[in-house]
Design a protein around this ligand. Sequence first.
Ligand code: GLP
Length: 214
Amino acid sequence: MEIIITKNYEEMSKRAASIVFSQVALNRKSVLGLPTGSTPLGLYKYLIEAHKKGYIDFSEVKTFNLDEYFRLDRSDPQSYYYFMMENLVNHINIDTKNVDIPNCMLKDIEKECEDYEERIKAAGGIDLQIIGIGNNGHIGFNEPGEVFSKKTHLVDLKQDTIEANARFFSSIEEVPTQAVTMGIQTIMQSKRLLLIASGLAKAEAIYKIVKGEI
Ligand code: GLP
């Protein structure tokens, strides 16, 4: 594990973008795992900028998202699908066929979870998985203490996660109470993993990750 400490959010975002940049430069068919949240917005901004300048070509890149709210339509601005379209996909030359996000509107969600794992496998696995972290240490929507053997699955969101994410909704009642998330096993199977975190609210979770027990 390498720990990179940067001066501020902008520097963190640039550094993260340079890691994605070098991954895609070395392998234009890279498979990336992507997060949502406010943390990766700077990274996405730098990736879009680099793409516009012609420095990075996403035409053969595939992406898989970490998670998605259960039963939130893809046209809902709070869905992670919508987030990815708005903040990255619509601004780069990725083929939307290659952008995969769990489809939480499908009737048989267990099958979608299994299929998602299969689709990741069929793509050759994730070369570089980027993740954020919740204030309480949740990854994707895996709450702290989650077993390592879990693959993509449906989770009930903890109250503090619902409260933390309520800032994006007009009221807390609108926050979905369930989500589909890659499991810790799915995440750990990635060839490389980049966790980005910024701000005081994340300090305790990062401290525990670095210094605490697994
Ligand atoms: C959500 C997402 C996580 C993300 C977390 C932190 O709960 N499911 O994947 O890491 O929020 O978000 P932020 O980056 O806005 O602090």
